[in-house]
Design a protein around this ligand. Structure first.
Ligand SMILES: Cc1cc2nc3c(=O)[nH]c(=O)nc-3n(C[C@H](O)[C@H](O)[C@H](O)COP(=O)(O)O)c2cc1C
Length: 334
């Protein structure tokens, strides 16, 4: 019997596998199936402030007419729509908590700092065990200074931590002019965990119609390298928990992330591609590997291969294909 128990942001998890935020965690039915498949926690589909605003605009357009200039009515509508979205989320949380005995982590993506705090407090009130803040916005403004976005992240985490008692994780993008420094600052700002990394909606082109279309939303099993590099580099440098996300499709990749020092791993694309039941196979294969290596608990190998300034460091820091590192022999191809 292997001990897969993990402590994540102070929460006791029966194993290190979390179902990451996505459509599968947006219904009680999905959450139940995920819990049955063996995940130790779920991160709910994010509440997007932008979506709430859009819904608000649509409803106004379709319904207001004669009330167009009535500010009090507009205010009421604004309140009402936001209230409805959060009420739906609160009943999802309440029902899910009745049905499953694994921690439920709420997820938020807000556009304005006031709303971050208000939504965070309401999710806490609704009973989530922790929060994950999904913060990235594409910095396409050519006038924006490099550190403006980072300052925004830091102020969001600081303010939310002042207002809620539950643990708070922040889910970040891999894009930053100084990722290592950002991760360290997020920890100092109070983050209980940092989820590395989010994967975003990608754009693609149709070359026959000139249309802009959605790219493949799912990661492949090769997409984990960047996460592995960064969790390895940061795990010895921060004391908050790290959760790995992107490209975790197998027991082998999950084990690598744990060896690199993460407390948990989050799976999403694997669930869409191979079904929710695939979690059971990942857990079984982690146990088989532990058996082969003679490990009894996950804690015995967590962090065993992370970045140390003296050992291994060149392997993690090297980004260029120099002949000493690339492992490719052109003679094999020529
Ligand atoms: C269909 C879909 C919906 C997603 N929705 C959210 C979301 O609402 N909030 C969020 O933080 N991440 C969301 N994500 C990102 C995932 O949580 C995850 O970070 C990302 O897909 C990388 O993990 P993976 O390689 O296991 O897919 C979504 C991903 C997919 C594929």
């Amino acid at each position: 019997m292997k001990i897969l128990d993990t402590k994540y942001m102070g929460l006791r998890l029966k194993n290190p596998i979390i179902a990451g935020s996505c459509g599968l965690t947006s219904t009680v039915e999905g959450i139940k199936k995920l819990a049955e498949s063996g995940v130790a926690a779920v991160v709910l589909k994010s509440v997007f402030e932008e979506e709430v605003i859009k819904e608000h605009e649509e409803t106004l357009k379709n319904n207001l007419g004669a009330f167009e200039n009535n500010m009090e009515f507009l205010d009421y509508f604004d309140y009402q729509i936001k209230d409805d979205v959060l009420k739906n989320m609160a009943s999802l949380i309440e029902e899910a908590k009745k049905e499953v005995d694994i921690p439920i982590i709420g997820s938020l993506n807000c556009a304005t700092s006031g709303e971050w705090i208000s939504y965070a407090k309401q999710l806490e009130k609704a009973g989530v065990d922790a929060l994950e803040l999904n913060v990235f916005k594409l910095p396409f403004d050519v006038e924006m200074e490099a550190d403006a976005q980072e300052k925004l992240y830091l102020s969001i985490i600081e303010k939310i931590k002042e207002q809620v008692k539950i643990p708070v994780a922040i889910k970040i993008a891999p894009y930053s002019s100084n990722l290592a420094a950002l991760v360290k600052k997020l920890e100092s700002a109070g983050a209980d965990a940092i989820t590395m990394f989010n994967r975003f909606y990608n754009v693609d082109f149709d070359i026959m119609t000139d249309e802009v279309k959605a790219g493949n939303p799912y990661s492949s099993e090769q997409d984990y390298y960047n996460t592995l590099r960064w969790v390895s580099i940061m795990s010895g440098k921060v004391s908050c928990d790290l959760s790995a996300s992107t490209g975790i499709h197998s027991a082998e990749t999950a084990i690598k992330m744990l060896m690199a020092g993460t407390t948990t791993v989050q799976v999403v694309s694997k669930l869409y591609k191979d079904g929710i039941g695939s979690v059971a196979g990942i857990l079984k294969n982690i146990e088989l590997w532990m058996d082969k290596r003679g490990y009894v608990s996950v804690d015995e190998f967590r962090g065993s291969v992370h970045h140390e300034p003296t050992e291994n460091s060149e392997r993690f820091e090297r980004v260029q294909f120099m002949k000493y590192f690339s492992g490719h022999n052109p003679q094999q191809i020529l």
